[in-house]
Design a protein around this ligand. Structure first.
Ligand code: CA
Length: 154
């Protein structure tokens, strides 16, 4: 299904399943660009998943989708723009206490205002304890976008 109007700027993160102590969680990350988060050159993507998710097992092999929904008019994980898979340069770098990582890119891709960065991570992610947490994602040195998420009791 395709929506005709752009999605709202900002970050939307969905973990499936979101029950506590689940392994093999699929993480859907949608980040629609504002004028301040858009860039002519994506050099890196920094994720801090918060204490509700353990992302220490994520590798490049777990990245199922990494692409751009130009104009933010495709639903869910559909993209109509370039894939970023071939632009990943080297390995995912750990950051924080198993809560974060940095994906280095070659800088040859742009993402414009109203475009949506779509990332699906399948595997390498586990939920921790029930509660409310904050997920953040930043491109280059722009201020990170944040989304709250909830882990439920198993
Ligand atoms: Ca979309």
């Amino acid at each position: 299904m395709t929506n005709s109007s752009p999605e709202e700027a900002g970050l939307n993160v969905i973990a499936e399943p979101r029950t506590a102590n689940s392994s093999n969680v699929t993480l859907y990350i949608y980040s629609a660009m504002s004028s301040s988060s858009a860039t002519d050159s994506i050099e890196n993507i920094t994720v801090n998943a918060g204490e509700g998710l353990d992302v220490s097992g994520v590798t490049v092999a777990n990245v199922d989708t990494a692409g751009i929904d130009e104009g933010s008019n495709q639903s869910r994980s559909q993209t109509n723009g370039p894939s970023l898979g071939s632009n990943v340069e080297g390995r995912i770098k750990r950051a924080g206490d198993g809560e974060g990582f940095v994906v280095p890119l070659d800088g040859s891709r742009a993402i414009e205002q109203n475009d949506e960065l779509v990332v699906v991570i399948d595997g390498g992610v586990a939920t921790t304890e029930p509660g409310n947490y904050t997920f953040s994602l930043g491109i280059n040195n722009a201020s990170a976008q944040e989304d709250s998420y909830n882990i439920t009791a198993a």
